[in-house]
Ligand binder design. Structure first.
Ligand SMILES: Nc1ncnc2c1ncn2[C@@H]1O[C@H](COP(=O)(O)OP(=O)(O)O)[C@@H](O)[C@H]1O
Ligand SMILES: N[C@@H](CCOP(=O)(O)O)C(=O)O
Length: 296
């Protein structure tokens, strides 16, 4: 039997739409073994709600790796979920990354890691969550001629991600439908300059001006119609001393970057602002994850 731990992720990281992401210290656990018939058990997030047959996302991800290796066998999969579903914290990427890594280990590791990165990206549709879910850290990734190219950096231990997580679900597929097909050149320049400076900030560990590097014009303005309070939360967190603040993935969670001491007060304020807009939420203070998917 194989047991893996796979982290939550925050994709886009402000301006890095579909290419920047980071792994967070909030984990799902997946146990997997060959079994005479398909079995899926779920504990925690999504219990009583998630599909428990071969169409479960973890099962499908595992099956993709089995078929890559030419194996056709049934699995028993046990999921212990801590990553909230459809909130912008990479629950689907965690399923795909964890399911693929566990299945590959079960087979004795025939599929090379870079092939898993490609398969996972194909299944998720973009690389910015699955890459940090697999390798950890702050990562930049692109799909170039069918191959994922990526780089990852460690994040400072004292950095905290304060995530205000609304109670409602927002499927990424739905949140992508509100995005325009084309954007003004000035908005593209706005984002690419900030993305470049964001990467420089993490490379050098120098967060001066990072509040500005967290800004975005490619997805947040369009998604705000789906997330009441999002813009106010981002504005307030920045005014209250967060290092920077952005929509996590496709939302609805909003994340601000902070040091440990400020984190609880920022979390409480974010929850209050959401509530003023009629949105119930909770906050979690998350550490950076530098390991990605690991075997236990
Ligand atoms: N542990 C899980 N097991 C099976 N499917 C899951 C699990 N977690 C998430 N999913 C699937 O992924 C969907 C959420 O993915 P998505 O909309 O991309 O949001 P996010 O990845 O931001 O949480 C869920 O609605 C569900 O279909
Ligand atoms: N770049 C994607 C990221 C989606 O992340 P998720 O955690 O919400 O699945 C997007 O913005 O659509």
């Amino acid at each position: 039997m194989v047991r893996v731990r796979v982290p939550a992720t925050t994709a886009n990281f402000g301006p890095g739409f579909d290419c920047i992401g980071a792994a967070l210290g909030l984990y799902n656990y997946i146990e997997m073994e060959f079994w005479p018939r398909p079995v899926v058990e779920v504990i925690g997030e999504g219990q009583g709600e998630l599909i428990r047959d071969e169409s479960n996302l973890v099962y499908r991800a595992a099956t993709r790796v089995l078929s890559e290796a030419g194996v056709n066998k049934a699995l028993r999969i046990k999921l212990e979920n801590n990553i909230p579903l459809a909130r912008g914290l990479g629950s689907s990427a965690a399923c795909i990354a964890g399911g693929m890594m566990a299945a590959n280990r079960l087979l004795g590791g025939p599929v090379p890691f870079d092939r898993i990165i490609n398969l996972a990206t194909e299944m998720e549709g973009h690389p910015d969550n699955v890459v940090p879910a697999l390798i950890g850290g702050f990562s930049i990734s692109i799909l170039h001629e069918g191959k994922v190219i990526y780089r990852s950096f460690p994040m400072p231990d004292n950095l905290r991600f304060v995530a205000a997580i609304p109670r409602f679900h927002l499927e990424t597929v739905k949140a992508r439908k509100v995005l325009p097909r084309e954007v003004p050149l000035s908005d593209a320049v706005f984002n690419l300059s900030r993305s470049a400076l964001m990467v420089a900030a993490f490379c050098r560990g120098d967060f001066t001006d990072i509040e500005v590097f967290c800004q975005d014009k490619l997805h947040q303005p369009y998604r705000s119609q789906l997330i009441p309070g999002m813009e106010k939360v981002i504005k307030m967190a920045t005014q209250k001393g967060a290092l920077g603040c952005f929509l996590s993935g496709a939302g609805p969670a909003v994340i601000c970057l902070a040091y440990e001491k400020q984190a609880p007060i920022l979390g409480e304020s974010m929850v209050e602002i959401f509530l003023d807009e009629g949105i119930e939420s909770e906050y979690k203070i998350l550490t950076p994850d530098g390991e990605g998917t690991i075997f236990l």
